[in-house]
Design a binder for this molecule. Structure first.
Ligand code: SF4
Length: 385
């Protein structure tokens, strides 16, 4: 374990955020780096519990106390290896995961869990900047087996990397112009800059993964033809099965949950994924974005979760005149209530970086009707409890 009384001596510390007025002017990541000394002290706080509840909290079963200890001892290379034993992409999770591990950390009883997510991120970034551990791994084994992976989001990429490192030939099929799925078209730059995704894709390509983009995989027999004027090709699952030893379906869903209330047909109402994708295309300089913009508009975001916060941060950067975010649930308390004890996920009020930057949150409300002055464009809405 780290320092046997570290948790008594050192307070929890996480990365600071860039000043609000500065970061609102750009799409760069919000968080600053922590120093090695700060990270050692955070690693020192881990108690290496007999039953590490953080293992249960982490959906990946990350071996958290082991790499906390390595970081405390300055053994970054060992920390990198133990972290990658369960997690292909800590550079993504260290930025994007809501960190249920911290909710279940035993120190979370006192609301000061070990800064697990920050340590995780620092381990992988150390491997990129300092030790060369991030270099591609070229498998010495060649099985001659061919595998098709459908979808290049996080699960497709993880599957592809495991397979190519096991010595198989791997083709990843992606419908969009570039690989990455939600990581590229859903996550805003200010949460994870695309260079982080691109350097992983570069690593995968060097390891032998072949990306086939602009190609839609479907169950239809109408395949192998150009589908539309944008040049999207189609291939069927049965064709893949005929040409590969195995096929992995690692697709996400692009079908959002709609809100079919009165007035939904008015122009100016968008699903989050249409909006975020368009902003991401704009940020990467693509000509294919359709300019859904919040500039000079009064914006209402329906939904108070992470995706809503992503829309909020994006609308602020686009120059919205005003923003209101609606949350159907009541405002949660600042600390755990008696019926929400450790180690369950803490149902507390969270203020993301986007909330810090602007907008107003309304709780216990839901949209009941969209309104329009001209019968075409949305101009307001009714809300109710
Ligand atoms: S932050 Fe990392 S260790 Fe914690 S739950 Fe997420 S993936 Fe697991």
């Amino acid at each position: 374990m780290g320092d046997i009384t570290g948790f008594l001596k050192y307070d929890r510390k996480t990365a600071s955020r860039r000043p609000v007025e500065l970061r609102k002017k750009d799409y760069r990541e919000v968080y600053n780096d922590m120093t090695e000394q700060e990270l050692f002290l955070q690693g020192a706080r881990c108690m290496d519990c007999g039953i590490p509840f953080c293992h249960e909290g982490c959906p990946l079963g990350n071996l958290i106390p082991e790499w906390n200890d390595f970081v405390y001892k300055g053994k970054w290379d060992q920390a990198f290896d133990r972290l990658h034993a369960t997690n292909n992409f800590p550079d993504f999770t260290g930025r994007l995961c809501p960190a249920p591990c911290e909710g279940s950390c035993v120190l979370g009883i006192n609301s000061d869990p070990v800064a697990i997510k920050q340590i995780e991120l620092s381990i992988v970034e150390h491997g990129v900047d300092e030790s060369g551990k991030f270099e591609p791994f070229i498998s010495p084994i060649k099985t001659g087996k061919k595998v098709a992976v459908v979808g290049s989001g996080p699960s497709g990429l993880a599957a592809a990397q495991q397979l190519v490192r096991a010595g198989h030939l791997v083709d990843v099929y992606e419908r969009q112009q570039k690989p990455g799925g939600l990581l590229r078209y859903g996550i805003p730059e200010f949460k994870m800059e695309k260079r982080i995704l691109d350097r992983r894709l570069d690593q995968l390509e060097k390891e032998g993964v072949n990306f086939i983009c602009n190609t839609s995989v479907s169950g239809s027999s109408n395949s192998g033809t150009v589908q539309n004027e944008s040049g999207l090709k189609a291939i069927s699952v049965s064709q893949l099965k005929a040409n590969y030893d195995a096929v992995i379906l690692a697709v996400g869903s692009t079908i959002g949950r709609d809100l079919n209330i009165e007035g939904r047909q008015y122009k100016g109402i968008h699903l989050a994924m249409e909006y975020l994708k368009d902003s991401n295309l704009f940020c990467e300089g693509s000509k294919n974005h359709t300019e859904i913009t919040a500039k000079d508009k009064n914006v209402v975001i329906i939904g108070g979760g992470d995706t809503g916060a992503d829309c909020l941060g994006t609308a602020i950067r686009q120059g919205a005149k005003s923003i209101i975010q609606l949350e159907i649930m009541p405002e949660p308390p600042l600390e755990r209530s008696a019926d929400n004890p450790w180690p369950t996920w803490p149902l507390i009020l969270r203020t993301s970086s986007a909330h810090e930057e602007g907008g107003e949150r309304l709780f216990s409300v839901t949209a009941t009707e969209f309104l329009s002055r001209d019968g075409k464009n949305v101009s307001g809405m009714s809300i109710g409890p």
